[in-house]
Design a binder for this molecule. Sequence first.
Ligand code: PLP
Length: 482
Amino acid sequence: MENKSKQLLSKIATNDGHGENSPYFDGWKAYDRDPFHPSQNPNGVIQMGLAENQLSSDLIEDWVRSNPEASICTLEGVGKFKDVANFQDYHGLLEFRHAVAKFMSRGRGGKVTFDPDRVVMSGGPTGANELIVFCLANPGDAFLLPSPYYPANDRDLQWRTGAQIIPVHCNSSNGFKITREALERSYAQAQESNINVKGVLLTNPSNPLGTILDRDTLKSIVSFVTDNNIHLVIDEIYAATVFAAPEFVSVSEILQEMDDTTCNPDLIHIVYSLSKDLGMPGFRVGIVYSFNDDVVSCARKMSSFGLVSTQTQHLLAAMLSDDVFVERFLAESRSLGRRHGVFTKGLEELGIGCLKSNAGLYFWMDLRKLLEEETFEAEMVLWKVIINEVKLNVSPGSSFHCVEPGWFRVCFANMDDETVHVALKRIRAFVRKKEVGPVKRKRFMDNLNLRLSFSSLRYDESVMLSPHIMVSPHSPLVRART
Ligand SMILES: Cc1ncc(COP(=O)(O)O)c(C=O)c1O
């Protein structure tokens, strides 16, 4: 931005807090410039940087077709048009809050119930995360946030609120698990630096790891915040994406299991949404669900800045009150497991490992062995090759503030089966092309602990000959380390 217009605008408008210049967003731009299409642009970039569940879209479309009265812009629904179009109370439609509270319970296996009077609306989870920070923190106050974490947390939690994130770095030695000890260390260091820590933020299930927090860890974190009288904000927007054991444990369950001495419910707040669990990010449904009455009241007042449109509320109230639909939809989340399996097994056959995970719309791929050296510069070099030559938009670990170079997040639920097949073929061709001579190739495969022989590999060989997948001889994948 020109200096002259900088002077005309606010500090927020002219600072870099949006984070648009990170590789995470660069990958999206590369996709936008050259998007893959099976027939119109078969050599384009495949979008694997978008955590979106499109696997169950058909179910939703069927429901909309069978329930035309739920949409007010239809012949069957227009009778309600005036009422819905005029309603703008920031409490929201009662039937919408009831339906959301019920869906939150169903998405957590019916083990807990939620109070519709605590459901506060916001513009998507982005808005909900910012809203809760506005309620809890002053500019300069800090939140501890385990890394790797969702890149846009930097924008959502800090940019306009003026609060700050203190990353608590986790690493692969224990599967990137957060521990009370790590939180205590970061908390003590912040206090030594005179930083006012207002709370801990967690994403459970994790984005980007696809892992969930176990009961004991959750309990230890709840007692940590209670002991220190600071807040715990848990983003549970992927709660219903858990596709394999162990079961998801919501912090709301933990509250029921702990007593007053170890758990203060006034400090606990959940961020929820239908962006991921219902695959509807475009509907911008974000929810702040706090166990603290004052926070509910304040968040509700602030929610005027980012309400969910009444038209959307009206439709969703009807959809989520349909028990048969909800059961079918949630059962479909198992297809996430199938898709996850296709991808991770396909990679495993190439000797590429992933962090073990059972939730989310992505997995955490380990390409450390493919780095030229153990640095973030080398990670960037590798990432550029993947974007520009293999034409896959996966997201580099550095954009998630991961402290170990070589990890990448791969989204798997925003594409159809054919695209998955093409993506795997490209990776296969990439790995196979990186070395020409059989001796070098053997060394490479040994390095990667490849379990299968070449002859048993089942992917289409023709892709290897594709002129569109030109792997540079300087590619870091050519020189895998031991
Ligand atoms: C953990 C987490 N929180 C919040 C968001 C923001 O969601 P939305 O873009 O629908 O506001 C995302 C999106 O990927 C996310 O992964």
